[in-house]
Design a protein around this ligand. Structure first.
Ligand code: 6R9
Length: 668
């Protein structure tokens, strides 16, 4: 313990002395650290990892091992082998031991602006321990999956850390997913326990989450996975306990059972390569993938990226608008900032509710230093006008971060000038659920010349390459290039596998271009070595920063008895970035009408969730296909966007007349 206190004191020195010595004082510092990170990753990450508490130290050499070449056997990545640690310990106990127990850990606001709560580091640790103890009492052990289906309450990071403390593998399912989607994820991860809430207010609407869990549990049984315990938090503003459906043999109220649990719980020391959590994400084919992250690598990678990409120091107030149901919420709301000893601001409601000033008032109220958001929210805040940010004092802001989708120049300038007062770097970070932490980003330093709309330069350990899409060959790295974005080498926080399907992990990410990690994105590298993400090159749509596979929406549509075939594409959308556009072939044409459209949209809402509902259903008595039966999405994209003059080569179409017919049916 004594050693730990010394370590924690060293780490908190920054806040105690107000020391803001830049971590990246000049381009030379970045260049030499970057060089070391790619030339000697084992030594580089090994040194940075010493800033965290390890119960058993990993050896300085020989802790790293990897193979990313499918031709050379199993894809395997390991960091810090031989080390044991616990991320909840590094997020909480460490700071409490350093005398920071009374510092705020979470500052939470509900949907209603007057609902506010402060949780200190000590209270957070106690809450986490109580829940860990309850989980253990329900038979949850190291390696077991626990599904978390909670809205953005302070208990959501508590739930994640409580699982991590005992080595249980959490699967947070965004509380906007439907019962069917939740059931699918429960079955896939074989989760017996679900942590949820009675309901949540979305703006003015109450969503009954516990009822959705009950429906999902029924479906999960059919899928072969019984749910044996449900812990439910009462959110009285949305739904009172008395009105919540209940199964006394299975369900427990959070408020009844958790306060009874002891407030201490020794962490389970986990191997660095044990699973820490899984998070489902969409791919271009098939069902959602359970991306599996490691204990040690994820911790070190995410913690260090917070320091070097967003300049997070102990005591900083960090406001991330992402939901913990997505990777940004995991890495840059829950885990990363706490690993850095920061205070986390959580908004448990719609960021534009009750008006366009909500986020800015929160920045002023809590003196937020790092504000992390997504382009889609920026675009809607921008639309609400400059009067809102002008009403608040935003002078505490130092770093503006964004991720999830490309940021258009207009939004970038507004963010930089109106929100950041032209004094804060805009760290538009490119990364993915699978990469665990930010990968390509502008540096948070005044000397760095960021470009509006560009994702910037590689973070430590990241070796981006641009591949020629036709030949798969690497384009020379000393000149501008455009093509498919792939990554060479490995980094600590990269995912290790897909839950229960290592073969799919290898096939999707490592087989397309041998020796590389395939990102699914296209990119351009300019003459200064900055990367510009040009969008997905696979069949994944990015709606408001949420990844949705076209195949998922298509299979939901075709599940409906009246739908014979469907082809889904993404089209540009001013606010959402992309919107879902579905071409649908019905069985029989007599009900190509709005009632049928609504039926199909409701069906998708029920089978996936509201965010996957197509904005447009375009009736298609037939779809444009090649002679081998492949749908020509390129042609559909042109028809959807009214660019039929630029259809390009349609000579391979089996029935050229289909195109004319679809153009006539646009808007019908
Ligand atoms: C963090 C996150 C990943 C996909 C990714 C890409 C897109 C993410 C971006 C970006 C342009 C950025 N993306 N960040 N595109 N600029 N700064 O969003 O993870 O939900 O897995 O999505 O999002 O297409 O491949 P995830």
């Amino acid at each position: 313990m004594q050693r730990l206190e010394v370590l924690a004191r060293q780490l908190t020195a920054g806040s105690a002395t107000n020391d803001r010595t830049p971590l990246l004082a000049s381009r030379d510092v970045y260049d030499s650290m970057y060089r070391k990170s790619v030339e000697d990753p084992e030594g580089f990450w090994g040194e940075l990892a010493l800033g965290y508490y390890w119960q058993n130290k990993f050896p300085a050499r020989g802790h790293m091992l990897y193979n990313t070449d499918v031709g050379r056997g199993k894809i395997d990545v390991q960091f810090f082998r031989g080390g044991t640690t616990n991320i909840s310990y590094n997020c909480l106990d460490r700071w409490v031991a350093a005398g920071r127990g009374d510092d705020p850990c979470v500052l939470w606001e509900g949907n209603d602006e007057s609902e506010r709560r402060t949780v200190t580091y000590r209270q957070m640790l106690e809450d986490v321990c109580r829940l860990s103890n309850w989980l253990t009492s329900r038979g949850v052990k190291k390696g077991d999956s626990v599904t978390i289906y909670l809205p953005m309450v302070a208990e959501l990071p508590v739930a994640m850390l409580a699982c991590a403390r005992i080595g249980a593998v959490h699967s947070v399912v965004f509380a906007g997913f439907s019962a069917e989607a939740l059931a699918q994820r429960i079955v896939d991860c074989q989760g017996k326990v679900v942590l949820t809430a009675s309901g949540v207010m979305r703006g003015a609407k109450a969503v009954p989450l516990k009822a959705i869990v009950d429906d999902a549990a029924k479906l999960a049984v059919k899928g072969g996975q019984p749910v044996t315990s449900v812990l439910c938090l009462e959110v009285p503003s949305a739904l009172r306990a008395a009105n919540t459906p209940w199964d006394a043999s299975r369900d427990a109220w959070w408020g009844d059972v958790i306060p009874m649990q002891p407030p201490t719980c020794p962490p389970v020391w986990l191997d660095a390569e044990d699973r820490s959590f899984l998070l489902y994400t969409s791919g271009s084919t098939g069902k959602p993938k359970g991306v599996v992250h490691s204990v040690g690598g994820y911790m070190v990678g995410v913690g260090e990226s917070c320091r070097y990409l967003y300049d997070m120091r102990p005591g900083d107030v960090v406001f991330t608008t992402a939901d913990c149901g997505w990777i940004t919420g995991h890495s840059y709301l829950a885990y990363g900032p706490l690993l850095c000893g920061c205070t986390v601001v959580i908004l448990g409601g719609i960021p534009t509710h009750p008006d366009g000033g909500r986020c800015w008032r929160m920045v002023e109220r809590y003196k937020v230093r790092q504000f992390y958001t997504a382009p889609t929210l920026l675009r809607s805040l921008l639309q609400l006008g400059d009067a809102w940010p002008r009403q608040s004092d935003l002078s505490s802001l130092r770093v503006l971060a964004s991720a999830g989708e490309p940021m258009n120049e207009h939004a970038w300038h507004w963010f930089q000038e109106m929100i950041g007062g032209s004094r804060c770097p805009v760290v538009d970070t490119w990364w993915q659920t699978e990469t665990g932490n930010g990968m390509i980003a502008p540096l948070p330093a005044t000397w760095f010349q960021a470009k509006a709309g560009a994702a910037g330069v590689p973070h430590f350990g990241v070796l981006p390459v641009i591949l020629d899409p036709a030949t798969g060959k690497e384009l020379p790295d000393n000149a501008p290039a455009e093509g498919v974005l792939a990554l060479r080498g490995v980094w600590p926080a990269m995912a290790r596998t897909l839950y229960g399907d290592h073969e799919r992990w290898e096939q999707v990410y490592f087989a397309p271009y041998k020796g590389y990690y395939f990102t699914g994105d296209g990119a351009r590298r300019d003459e200064d070595g900055h990367y510009w993400i040009t969008g997905r090159v696979d069949d994944v749509i990015n709606v408001s920063g949420h990844r949705i596979g076209t195949a998922e929406v298509e299979s939901s549509l075709t599940e409906h008895a009246d739908c014979a075939e469907a082809a889904v594409i993404g089209v540009d959308h001013a606010l959402k970035g992309q919107a879902i556009y579905a071409f649908v072939t019905l069985r029989g044409v007599d009900h190509q009408n709005d009632a049928m459209r609504k039926t199909l949209m409701d069906h998708v809402r029920k089978s996936i969730g509201p965010f996957a509902v197509p904005d447009t259903v375009h009736w298609a008595p037939a779809l444009p296909k090649t002679r081998s039966g492949k749908i020509m999405r390129r042609v559909l994209r042109k028809i959807a966007s009214g660019q039929e003059k630029e259809l390009g080569d349609v000579s391979t179409l089996a029935e050229p007349g289909v195109v004319e017919m679809l153009i006539k049916l646009r808007g019908k």
